[in-house]
Write a protein that binds this ligand. Structure first.
Ligand code: ATP
Length: 267
């Protein structure tokens, strides 16, 4: 099993300039982000890609888990060593979402959209999550890992996430090649990352991000831990904050640890 998908992956990474040039394929890991961080500490280069068939302890934001049964999904992490300020790093998670949405759309032709800041949704359900983590020393980024989990072949989900989670198979009724999605996604990421690095903000990518943003023009509930509130999402700033109109007043939501929901459901 391992060798076949590894070869398919290598085939799909052939045209890459730097992303995935170094590929670390694992049968089982705790989490691809954890593995990538270990490799970063060992000096692996920027662009190293870690993929796994299975995560034993896949992670989401705020210490939440990411359901990762064997063979069902894309479990991948890209290691980066960007020369940007640490407070610009959260924008890279939106860059990754943009690369992922186009990668998945290219392969599936499905109307996949972005739920701010970095989840992908299809028919109102989450099919992809992204977790960015960084190591900072003396005000400089030592490395950053962007973990992307995409539900591809899953036929069912555990009770607790059944109402919000889905897979490409469940929504599209067919199976897609994971390696092809990864290839497209990384190619897009190489391109978008370069655009991002030119200005260190999302000014060059914002229009495209908006085109895929499911929340745009919709009522949202911002789950601010201090005090949740509702408003209408207008779009994002060049820094990636969500602009929410709350009774005529614009509030900016930074991606950090805040989640956003539709007022009637997940989106
Ligand atoms: P939100 O809470 O708005 O979904 P988030 O960005 O805070 O987004 P993530 O870190 O992306 O959350 O993902 C973790 C959450 O996603 C978990 O708390 C769980 O509810 C849900 N989840 C876990 N595994 C999966 C999966 N394979 N597919 C879809 N959703 C999942």
């Amino acid at each position: 099993m391992g060798t076949a998908i590894q070869e398919e992956l290598q085939e799909n990474l052939r045209g890459m300039n730097w992303a995935g040039k170094k590929l670390v394929y694992c049968e089982t890991v705790d989490s691809t982000n954890t593995k990538a961080k270990e490799l970063a500490e060992l000096g692996y280069p920027s662009g190293t890609l870690v993929t796994a068939e299975q995560q034993k302890a896949g992670r989401g934001r705020s210490g939440r888990g990411w359901e990762s049964p064997p063979g069902t999904g894309i479990f991948m992490t890209l290691l980066l060593r960007p020369a940007i300020r640490p407070d610009s790093a959260s924008m890279l998670t939106l860059v990754a979402a943009l690369a992922a949405v186009r990668g998945v759309r290219d392969i599936t032709q499905a109307d996949v959209q972005i739920k701010w800041p970095n989840d992908l949704v299809l028919n109102g359900k989450k099919i992809c999550g992204i977790l960015t983590e960084l190591s900072v020393q003396e005000g400089m980024i030592r490395y950053l890992v962007v973990g992307i989990g995409i539900n591809v072949h899953n036929e069912s989900f555990p009770e607790e996430i059944r109402s919000t989670a889905s897979s490409l198979f469940l929504e599209c009724g067919r199976h897609f090649h994971r390696a092809e999605i990864i290839g497209k996604l990384l190619k897009n990421f190489e391109n978008d990352y370069e655009i991002f690095c030119r200005t260190e903000d999302l000014s060059g990518l914002r229009d495209e991000y908006h085109a895929f943003l499911v929340n745009r023009g919709r009522s949202v509930r911002v789950l601010d831990p201090r005090a949740p509130y509702e408003g209408k999402a207008l779009g994002i700033t060049e820094k990636g904050e969500l602009i929410v109109d709350v009774q005529g007043q614009k509030r900016l939501v930074s991606s950090g640890e805040v989640s956003v929901r539709g007022i009637y459901g997940y989106v």
